[in-house]
Design a protein around this ligand. Structure first.
Ligand code: NAD
Ligand code: MG
Length: 375
């Protein structure tokens, strides 16, 4: 391996999420998990600060020692809490376990929590940090592709209610986000691919260059087989895309809604096939394919662009085919979706690779016609 390649592999990129109050950085680089302490030491955080590291066995197993070791080496005082972190455990009960540990460890206003894991760990730990003493600092260290490019950036935290996902939560922006692509090497491949759906989404909604990079890649479905520079660039471009939209619209009044591209139909798939059949990203992949069809039918985007989108989704090892769902039930689910505004269906529709519009001009007949053509 040449020196240039070695240098490339050690590349670090820093992206700033430019919020008016409390902007923060996202640092992306291989082996960063062991260097979180050094990154934190650049912030105004006292040496000796107690840090409650929340993780789950899948992640603490391979990365816990390196994370805690790095924090200790930088003069911090970390303690580890391992929780069960399946989606079904994203509950107030698990939140309570984190808060109990915070109490036992005597976490103060200046202490930190650090989420080392996927979106479930990140959302719960972020919410615990928002609640503890009315809010202490949270550091996000995402270890799934989905949480690297989406969940860890933007400050949405929370847990599920028995009657619905993410019904309980708070906005609580992190102090720092640290992304280490090497952690993806242990992620189940299906989870990696599901995260790639959100990456493709960023391409379609605002970044034609990212979309082209993905099209040119020889492999998109396996982090170990992927060119490390490409993976690094994908993480950077995606994190930038999320950071930009978040900085533009911190609390999702307007522009942040474009992040829901593919999610309206995706939500129908998740709801009607039962959560657990498709991973979220897989449902989003199907949802992007479906809303792309709707946009073609409305004359908003070309069949050629729709074909490019379909091809890329399939290349990432993701599904595109609309499952056999009851059409009435699909419409009912859409009507009940929180993305309905003033009784009208609200869709994020593509117009070209790299641009979408938000429309409430889509009628039930339009949706029906689209679903008919998909089945
Ligand atoms: P996840 O957190 O459920 O993780 C998926 C699986 O991968 C888990 O079994 C986990 O233990 C395992 N895992 C994680 N990292 C690993 C690694 N490096 N090696 C081996 N195994 C690993 O899934 P996710 O897709 O990251 O997150 C989904 C959650 O994120 C949902 O609850 C969703 O609501 C939330 N979310 C939040 C936001 C937000 O803005 N806050 C955005 C999108 C999604
Ligand atoms: Mg999503």
């Amino acid at each position: 391996m040449s020196t240039a390649q070695v240098a490339d592999l050690q590349e670090r990129t820093r992206i700033t999420v430019s919020l008016e109050r409390n902007p923060y950085d996202v640092i992306i680089g291989r082996s960063m998990v062991g260097e979180i302490g050094a990154a934190l030491a650049e912030l105004p955080i006292r040496s000796g600060t107690k840090i409650l590291v929340v993780s789950n066995p899948d992640v603490a197993g391979p990365y816990g020692d390196s994370c805690l070791g790095g924090l200790r080496a930088a003069g911090f005082n970390p303690v580890l809490l391992e929780i069960d972190a399946g989606e079904e455990r994203k509950t107030l009960q698990t939140l309570s376990l984190i808060l109990d540990k915070a109490q036992q460890e005597g976490l103060e206003r200046t202490s930190l929590m650090l989420a080392l894991g996927g979106g479930v760990v990140g959302d719960m730990t972020g919410f615990a940090a928002a609640c503890w003493l009315r809010g202490i600092g949270i550091v996000q260290v995402p270890t799934t592709l989905l949480s690297m490019v989406d969940a860890s950036i933007g400050g949405k935290t929370g847990v599920n209610h028995p009657k619905g996902k993410n019904l309980i939560g708070a906005f609580h922006q992190p102090r720092l986000v640290v992304i280490d692509p090497l952690t993806l090497n242990t992620l189940p491949i299906r989870e990696f691919r599901a995260g790639m759906a959100e990456v493709i989404k960023y391409g379609v909604i605002g970044d034609p260059d990212l979309f082209s990079r993905l099209e040119e890649a020889t492999d998109l479905s396996d982090p170990v087989a992927m060119d490390p520079t490409l993976l690094h660039d994908i993480l950077v471009l995606s994190a930038e895309a999320k950071a930009l939209v978040v900085a533009d619209d911190e609390r999702e009044g307007g522009r942040r809604a474009i992040l829901n591209y593919g999610h309206t139909f995706g939500h129908v798939v998740e709801t009607l096939t039962g959560y657990g059949t498709w991973l979220h990203g897989e449902a989003v992949a199907i949802g992007m394919a479906a809303v792309g069809r709707l946009a073609v039918q409305k004359g908003l985007w070309s069949e050629a662009d729709q074909q490019r989108q379909l091809k890329l989704i399939e290349k990432a090892g993701l599904p595109v085919a609309w499952p056999a769902l009851d059409r009435e039930a699909a419409l009912r689910t859409l009507q009940g979706d929180k993305k309905v505004r003033h009784g009208r269906l609200r869709f994020v529709l593509p117009t070209k690779i790299g641009n979408v519009i938000i429309s409430d001009e889509i009628s039930n007949e339009d949706v029906n016609r689209c679903l008919e053509s998909l089945n």
